[in-house]
Design a protein around this ligand. Structure first.
Ligand code: HEC
Length: 145
């Protein structure tokens, strides 16, 4: 073994030993997590706060995605063909601009099989499977149009 190669191998071996030694004393080293509680955990959190903050953000995003408006928007994809993407109407009447209470009352009436206008039969099968929450969510979304 020539001296240069020996020196290189020596450096790597000693370097690794020192690196592992250093990191085991470092509370922020994840390999030490099992014993990292209390103050150690606080330090780890400070050092890795980004990860936790990102998780918080993802959680908030998931909650926001489950808002009535978002759920209503999702349900509204089944209404677009007749009422238009922006609720401007088409085959069905314009929904844009209608108060949420009116939307709720009208959908509830269709769900109950009531006749409102001359084409109510088109809305009966649409409204029949709706839950109260579906109707509230749709109203919440339609009022944002
Ligand atoms: C196949 C076409 C069609 C689809 C799909 C449809 N609608 Fe309708 N919608 C109509 C028609 C036609 C009317 C008018 C019915 C009448 O004469 O009472 C109507 C009426 C309504 C009304 C009452 C409007 C008013 O001012 O009188 C609401 C609210 C409504 N629809 C909401 C929805 C929602 C929400 C969806 C999706 C979940 C939906 N509709 C899907 C055709 C449709």
């Amino acid at each position: 073994m020539n001296t240069n190669l020996f020196a290189a191998v020596f450096t790597v071996v000693i370097g690794s030993v020192i690196w592992v030694g250093m990191n085991q004393n470092d509370p922020s080293w994840s390999g030490n997590m099992n014993t990292c509680t209390g103050e150690c955990y606080e330090q780890w959190k400070e050092a890795h706060g980004g990860g936790i903050a990102a998780l918080e953000t993802a959680k908030q995003a998931a909650l926001a995605a489950a808002s009535p408006e978002a759920l209503g928007e999702n349900y509204y994809t089944g209404c677009v063909a007749c009422h238009g993407a922006n609720g401007a109407g088409g085959i069905g009447p314009q929904l844009e601009g209608q108060p949420g209470d009116d939307i709720v009352a009208k959908l509830t009436a269709y769900r109950a099989g009531e006749t409102r206008g001359g084409q109510s039969a088109m809305m009966w099968p649409v409204a029949k499977p709706m839950t109260d929450d579906d109707i509230q969510n749709l109203a919440a979304y339609i009022t944002t149009l």
